[in-house]
Design a protein around this ligand. Structure first.
Ligand SMILES: [Zn+2]
Length: 241
């Protein structure tokens, strides 16, 4: 047994650990959500973790983007993140990509991975990501945050509601989005747990459900979400829940 994974092998067994090491994940955005997501996936020993973000680190990112330090300001985020994560766990293949979600290179990445984690900060990019995940039948773990609030869900294309079923008109956000670090911290950790369950072949807790979080009230609510038969993105796929 690799002692690095001893405490989780107690839960998932050597077989589960083998599944993780043979799997790949696509972390889209390595900011406030992507920092904890990438950290936990790499720490858990997911074999290949792709990081996608075309951005450079700014000082105003550091209140929530916990992969980075002051020395990283001005550097491409994915490069600073990949360096740090490789030091955390050299067993994992961490691959940085400075591409955007509307590039052909990104579409190729979507095709080859086992799970996609939405750590984006704007709705148009999310809609593009949702369309790609549905087109290629890839599980998509979503979270979004603003202020003390946020939401999360897991999309299993053809089975559960996609993001366009849940938010047919998208979502408006302030610019820049006010946000305090623990909001993406909590929801990023939840996204990582969902992604690990998918890679382990276990039922993800938020498939077909929407978690709504309000840290100002210590409140977490989970509601069921259903597919829309007329959804322009996933409506054409088989019969759902
Ligand atoms: Zn849909």
């Amino acid at each position: 047994m690799n002692p690095r994974y001893e405490r989780q092998i107690l839960m998932i067994g050597e077989e589960g650990q083998g599944k993780l090491s043979n799997s790949s994940a696509l972390v889209v955005g390595v900011g406030g959500l992507g920092s904890p997501v990438a950290y936990y996936l790499v720490a858990a020993g997911v074999g290949r973790v792709h990081l996608v973000d075309p951005g450079y680190l700014e000082v105003s990112n550091l209140n929530r983007q916990i992969l980075y330090t002051t020395e990283d300001i001005g550097r491409p985020k994915v490069l600073a993140a990949a360096e740090r994560l490789s030091r955390l766990n050299p067993d994992v293949d961490v691959i940085p990509h400075t591409v955007s979600v509307d590039s052909p290179e990104f579409e190729e990445l979507v095709k080859e991975v086992d799970v996609i984690i939405d750590c984006l900060d704007n709705w148009p990019a999310r809609e593009a990501l949702n369309r790609l995940a549905v087109r290629y039948g890839k599980p998509l773990v979503h979270a979004g945050v603003a202020r003390w609030y946020g939401q999360a869900t897991t999309v299993i294309p053809g089975k559960t509601a996609c993001l366009a079923c849940i938010y047919p008109k998208g979502m408006r956000s302030e610019s820049p989005i006010p946000v305090i670090g623990p909001a993406p911290g909590v929801l990023g950790a939840i996204e990582a747990a969902e992604a690990l369950r998918i890679l382990l072949g276990l039922e993800p807790g938020l498939a077909g459900k929407l978690l709504i979080m309000d840290l100002s009230a210590g409140a977490f609510e989970v509601v069921k979400v259903r597919r829309r038969p007329d959804c322009p993105v996933c409506g054409g796929l088989g019969v759902g829940e």
